[in-house]
Design a protein. Structure first.
Length: 344
């Protein structure tokens, strides 16, 4: 039997539990700070509840889940007749939408130690059922990993739909070095990458920079001080593309738990112009550093501090050809209000 602890702020979670949570989430986020940032940057009318699960003999969490409650614009959803003739009924002012997802939804509905996957799933379903019975909950949405966490709303409503989104998963280290990795690719792809590197070095005279921390970056680094301080606090390594003392772009490198390494590109070249540094080279520079790290096992790519998400499976093809994996996350929605057919 699992024990559940609830927290209404991520800042209430006991610091002693954070290392265990980072292990549970090691393939989803570089560190727990990513979830803190999402909590702190959420709209003021958004209320979170965090669930930590403990086994019968464990004093460290073996599971993690969260929900998000948002106020619905009930005043706009009630007819004027009801407002006039049933003015004393104010229930609509308390209508809520509930969203079940961990972080940005890419980890799905919950994250559990595999040993507790079955009992964890059953416990989560009990909790969801209890919330579904609350009269103020009028719409609900779920994010769950297809094939592992399938869940359907128990509501019998007309407005109910599901959509699939494709999440870019990591590249596993299966080659000794970057050169060996290139040789595992299709010849036309490896030749394309080699030409892109040659153009970058020979034609464009681009210099690759590698800085142990954000505070070591050059004075011409075009990032505001506040962000540099955050990157320094996170212990990020910075990789750059430089030309004539100008930084054209960079890669943020965050080392997670157990060999999971996260890379996020930040191009600084003007939008609309053909970039000197093509998008593909950002990925390749990340892979060069990944293969140089002895402790690295999995290479993750991020965008806007989250895993890269595709609406169309076909758009994954280029990354798949380079060795990256993917998973399918289903986004589902159900509404008791005919006027609301999409999440707020």
């Amino acid at each position: 039997m699992l024990i559940v602890q609830k927290y209404h702020s991520i800042h209430e979670i006991d610091p002693e539990f954070i290392p265990s949570l980072e292990i549970l989430l090691q393939e989803e986020v570089p560190n727990f700070h990513s979830l803190i940032e999402k909590h702190d940057s959420a709209p003021t009318d958004t209320v979170f509840t965090y669930f930590l699960f403990f086994g019968p003999t464990q004093n460290t969490p073996i599971g993690f889940a969260q929900l998000c409650l948002k106020s619905l614009p009930g005043q706009d959803l009630v007819s004027w007749q009801k407002k006039v003739f049933k003015f004393w009924q104010k229930d609509h002012l308390h209508w809520k939408q509930i969203t079940w997802k961990v972080g940005d939804g890419n980890p799905g509905l919950f994250v559990f130690d595999p040993r507790f996957a079955r009992s964890g799933r059953e416990k989560i379903q009990e909790i969801i059922k209890e919330y579904e019975s609350r009269p103020e909950i009028k719409t609900e949405e779920f994010y769950f990993i297809k094939g592992l966490q399938e869940f359907q709303s128990s509501w019998n409503v007309d407005t109910k739909w599901t959509k699939e989104r494709y999440i870019l998963e990591p590249l596993m280290k299966s080659s000794k070095n970057y050169q060996d990795y290139l040789e595992t690719l299709k010849p036309e792809l490896s030749q394309f990458i080699v030409r892109a590197w040659r153009d970058l070095h020979v034609k464009q005279q681009i210099v690759l920079g590698d800085y142990p921390s954000a505070k070591d970056t050059p004075k011409t680094f075009p990032v505001e001080e506040k962000l540099l301080q955050l990157w320094d606090k996170l212990g990020a390594q910075i990789l750059t593309f430089e030309k004539d003392l100008k930084v054209l772009g960079c890669l943020l490198v965050l080392k997670g738990k157990n060999g999971n390494v996260f890379f996020e590109p930040f191009p600084f070249e003007p939008e609309g112009d053909k970039p000197i540094v093509p998008d593909e080279i950002y990925t390749q520079y990340a892979l060069i550093k990944f293969f140089e790290m002895n402790e690295a096992r999995k290479c993750h790519l991020l965008k806007f501090d989250t895993k890269i998400v595709f609406d169309e499976k076909e758009d994954l093809k280029f990354f798949q050809e380079q060795g990256f994996q993917f998973k399918t996350v289903t986004h589902s929605f159900a509404s008791k209000l005919p006027q609301l057919t999409q999440p707020v």
